[in-house]
Design a protein around this ligand. Structure first.
Ligand SMILES: [Mn+2]
Length: 132
């Protein structure tokens, strides 16, 4: 049996998965002007969710630059916020220490019922449910 590198964070993610994400529609949000770690984190989580039966999409305020757009595989839906209707989606953020990094457009998406924030750094792994 494999031992997870970050057992506490793995347990926390398992709880978030069971309690908040499984069986839902999930938007995986990244920060404005997405860089490589943002796009990679979004794509990885989105692929994992889709592999586990979740209707998951990536959403950013800004498009990836031409230099980074190759990081988004064809099978991963990756939308700009202006083209995304958040109704019915639970929002998860990656690579965002706080919701202000998501950008003005997504911060105003009141139809999102709640947000789970997951940072990609294991030293800063946090989970919270926020209504906005
Ligand atoms: Mn980043």
């Amino acid at each position: 049996m494999n031992t997870p590198y970050f057992p506490e964070e793995t347990a926390l993610f398992s709880k978030v998965w069971q309690d908040q994400l499984k069986g839902r529609k999930v938007s995986v949000l990244g920060h404005r002007r997405p860089d490589g770690d943002c796009i990679g984190s979004q794509v990885a989580l989105c692929l994992w969710l889709r592999d586990n039966g979740v209707d998951a999409v990536c959403v950013n305020e800004d498009k990836p630059t031409r230099v980074l757009e190759h990081l988004v595989p064809d099978e991963v839906p990756f939308s700009q916020a202006k083209d995304f209707n958040p109704e019915g989606y639970i929002a998860v953020t990656v690579d965002c220490a706080d919701l202000t990094r998501i950008g003005k457009v997504l911060a105003e998406c009141s139809p999102c019922p709640s947000s789970t924030s997951i940072t990609t750094s294991p030293t800063r792994f946090t989970q919270s449910t926020t209504f906005w």
